[in-house]
Design a protein around this ligand. Sequence first.
Ligand code: GRG
Length: 296
Amino acid sequence: MFVEEILEKNAQLIENFMVNHLTKEGVPPILWESVIYGAMGGKKLRASLLFATAGAYRIEEERVLPLAAGIEMIHSFSLVHDDLPCIDNDDFRRGKPSLHRAFGEAMGVLAGDALLVEGLRMFVENEEFLRNFGWRKTVAVMQVLLRALGNQGMVGGQVLDLLYQGKEGVQEEDILDMYRRKTAFFIQAPILCGSILGDASKKEQKVLAQFGLLVGECFQIKDDILDVIQESTRLGKTAGKDLAQGKATLVRVRGTQEAEKIMQDKFQTAYRILESLSRDFSLLLALSHFVVTREY
Ligand code: GRG
């Protein structure tokens, strides 16, 4: 199966799980509808990274589905809030109007909040997940996710993104630091979660952490390149926004070709360090290759 087919199959699995497990009872219909709207669509890459890592430790997809769905809901929350008028002000996401355009700004805020909270509940309150992995691993996984999202992670990264906007002379290292926080930590997180659930050795966890961070950086650099070279319809979101909004990006300071080269170097390093482990991580490597070759 090609990587894109695997991604599609996994996306279907995740979306079905979300629809079937997100409680409707006692929830205002507009909230349920907008949460589902925000959670649907997209590549569901982070879920696939978790499946691939857990799979390397012989954990079946079904057993990590609640966590995979939760991670994707949390990721969807970040996109919904990112699109709000007070942040990136985008009307288009995942090939459809962004959530606040479809349901209004207040629902953009509230459905975003719900995606974060219900995303955590998706696995923390799942009896089978708790039975399979126990409290210790469940808390460890939550720590990984919350650390990636917190003030030193995604929230802090998003703040830096806003502060650097329209500013001249932002240094390359500051941009890469912002990429790590805003994006890379939450690409690294599902890989770390898979390694924790799989009882990976300390050495394997360290290598997977380095690998995940590099792939996460590659993901954001590729995102910036696509913003310049790809069309909105293929991206499912508004292309050319970074330049229009004066965003500090690697493409802006180094140009598209140089940015591509920096990304390829990081990808090669990531590939080499993961290959140094004797376990079969071929699916994880294939997904990381997709990250740097993707067109959307
Ligand atoms: C974490 C509490 C808390 C707040 C979040 C709004 C915000 C603060 C952060 C925004 C972070 C963000 C949206 C970073 C960009 C990362 C990025 C390029 C996402 C696109 O991911 P894809 O391409 O999206 O995987 P799909 O639609 O495929 O799921």
